[in-house]
Design a protein around this ligand. Sequence first.
Ligand SMILES: [Cu+2]
Length: 246
Amino acid sequence: MSRYLRLRLDGQQMSLLGIDSGRFEAAHEVNEVVLAPGNRADLLVTGTIGTSVLRAHTYDRGRSGGIMMGGVGSTSAADIALATFIVAGDVVATVAAIPGQPVPRDLRTATGTARRELIFAMGMGGNMGGGMGGDTGSGMGGGMDGGMMSATINGRAFDATRVDTTVQFDSVEDWLLTNTSPLDHPVHLHVWPMQIIEQSGQPVKTIMWQDVVNIPALSTVRVRIAFDDFSGRTVYHCHILDHEDS
Ligand SMILES: [Cu+2]
């Protein structure tokens, strides 16, 4: 799964309540919602008489420079109609408003116990690619049979027997997620949601909690995580399936 969905329902009024398990303090009106692989959204649609088409519009998640991603770039080929939405009939009684959400926890002023940086990088695969980086000029995915593109976190491929990060239970940590590659990576940490603190160095002004945080190509996102409620062993990974595999 590597498709990003930039969803629009033109002609209807959409209100975004939250992304993933996170909820905003207040819903806000939106014209579109971008879902990276693994994301989900809660939307409230107020129907306006007429016919609307729910469409997934193209989203540019960057370029691999080669043909490994199924094309010259990784923008989806064309807009796709997903569903037709018909609003008709008499006006109905309004249902009760969505109850207000409790103000979400805000870690922006929390005291962290550790800072870490996770670097999401891509390059030619080691053991899958016959060890040849090649001089195709692309640097990434530069050949049909030249090798697998590898996705690494802090320079390492996944190994189920290795523990990469050990965190103190009940602590708050500050993680800088850095994407050095020309493709977006949607980052997922199992068990604990992440509060987005900064995007490309700019502070985030609202409380935003997500389970999957997209890191656009060649950019950084800073998150804070409260490692409470559960202890044990879990994983973090990019949610693009072929990246996740490595
Ligand atoms: Cu990825």
